[in-house]
Design a protein around this ligand. Structure first.
Ligand SMILES: [Zn+2]
Length: 310
């Protein structure tokens, strides 16, 4: 819009729309004629198309993330920042707009800035850009824009509270659900326990600790030296290592060398016996002894004598 054009020309016909209006356009909150004017401008202005795309991206991100834990932080912050910025500068609009309507000054200052300059740099620049721009805005739209942003801000805040409320509600529900599940599990376990204990088809077995340690080994010999007859019975014998055997000895009364009676291996219960081995006759016994020998036996006892009797 050049300075010598009348002020009542359609808005945005040659200049960038106010930065506060593009979000309203993106949210389809503008009147039809304003929508049409901005659409025509957008068709010619890549800057404003880029700005609109950015705004739409923010809106889309915010909408898409409503069902998630929270809106994407960057997009949400950009929207909130813009809401705060526009809300802050809108109160100046009615006065400037009234001035524009009553005096209809020529657009002496309206050499246009790139859209990126509006409301984006520091605050003094924002005020200046609004002053530059306000004469082109009607009072109605300024109020409408302000109301739109106030609504948007209120919606954003309300959405924030709703998100927070819903999250805390979800937490509460999750907690209750886990409590109920735990109680159900406890009840089911108790029910199963009672069923198992009272089941008539079940067998009941009493278990105790390991059997008592094996009793001490014991053995007895019945020997008649005159006949050379011998019967040996033993029980509770300890198991032998591999390739070992117990061997029974007669220790003669005359202190001569021990006479081997025979070897034996205990069975799994520790029992063993030697019945009527081939022995010399006429050898009185002073004592009997048992040693552990290599399998097959020895001719002389290998110490120690692990069992002895006389
Ligand atoms: Zn533009």
């Amino acid at each position: 819009m050049s300075p010598n054009q009348p002020a009542q020309n359609p808005p945005f016909s040659g200049s960038h729309p106010d930065p506060a209006v593009l979000p309203l356009y993106a949210m389809q909150l503008l009147a039809p004629e304003e929508t049409e004017a901005i659409a025509q401008h957008l068709a010619r202005c890549t800057d404003c198309r880029a700005e609109l795309a950015r705004i739409q991206g923010d809106l889309a991100l915010t909408a898409l993330t409503v069902d998630l834990e929270a809106p994407a932080a960057a997009a949400r912050q950009r929207l909130l920042d813009q809401v705060a910025r526009e809300t802050k500068i809108v109160p100046a609009a009615p006065q400037a707009a009234v001035q524009a309507q009553t005096q209809a000054p020529p657009q002496t200052q309206s050499q246009l800035k790139p859209i990126a300059a509006y409301g984006r740099s520091d605050s003094s620049s924002s005020v200046l850009s609004i002053e530059d721009h306000q004469p082109k805005r009607s009072l109605g739209r300024a109020v409408f824009a302000g109301a739109g942003w106030a609504t948007a801000a209120a919606l954003a805040v309300a959405a924030g509270f709703l998100l927070k409320d819903r999250q805390s509600l979800r937490d509460t529900i999750a907690l209750r659900t886990s409590e109920v599940m735990r109680l159900n599990t406890d009840a089911a376990a108790a029910h199963q326990l009672m069923d198992a204990l009272t089941d008539p088809g079940a067998v009941r077995v009493t278990l105790t600790a390991q059997p008592l340690p094996r009793a001490q080994p014991i053995a007895g010999v019945t020997y008649n030296p005159d006949k050379g007859s011998l019967v040996f019975l033993a029980s509770n014998l300890d198991p032998l290592q591999q390739y070992k055997a117990y061997e029974l000895w007669i220790i003669p009364a005359d202190s001569s060398a021990p006479i081997p009676v025979g070897t034996f291996h205990p069975d799994l219960q520790g029992n063993a016996s030697i019945v009527m081995p081939d022995l010399p006759k006429g050898v009185p016994a002073k004592a009997f002894g048992i040693t552990i020998e290599p399998d097959g036996g020895s001719q002389t006892p290998t110490m120690p004598i692990i069992m002895a009797g006389s």
